[in-house]
Design a protein around this ligand. Sequence first.
Ligand code: SLL
Length: 152
Amino acid sequence: IKRMKGLSISRPIIYGNSATPLHGKKVGDSDHTHRWTISVRGVNNEDISYFVRKVAFKLHDTYENPNRVIEKPPFEVTETGWGEFDIIIKIHFNPVSGEKPLTLYHHLKLHPYEEDGLGNPWPKQKPVTSYSYDEIVFNEPIDTFYNLLQEN
Ligand code: SLL
């Protein structure tokens, strides 16, 4: 294998969650209050599957099968629940990259901020969102992976 000495290349991603209240609608016999979606995606919903092989989301242990592995886009998990917790996100890259998986953390946000920023209470139907922007930097990538990133 040949590495691109002295070079690095980066790709932007967005990860985080949206959540909407169930407003008393019952989900089975549970005490769940919200429906939420955690996701990893490209900027402007760009397809990231050419360099992301799969994404593992580790949910709170109160969930059945808390380790959710998503093998193709959209890399997201939708669930219902009652509480906020930290989600461990493990991004596995295309095997040609030879890169180790990358671990990110996201605090699942269900409850709105007190106000909308203009002094008004948060609108009841408005989804709560919490997203982060990040850039994944590949240092001295393997040449075939570098070319793959360049071509996409
Ligand atoms: C809290 N430390 O106490 C947190 C834990 C756990 C969230 C939140 C239910 C999952 C299920 C669920 O929302 N768990 O019923 O399957 O706030």
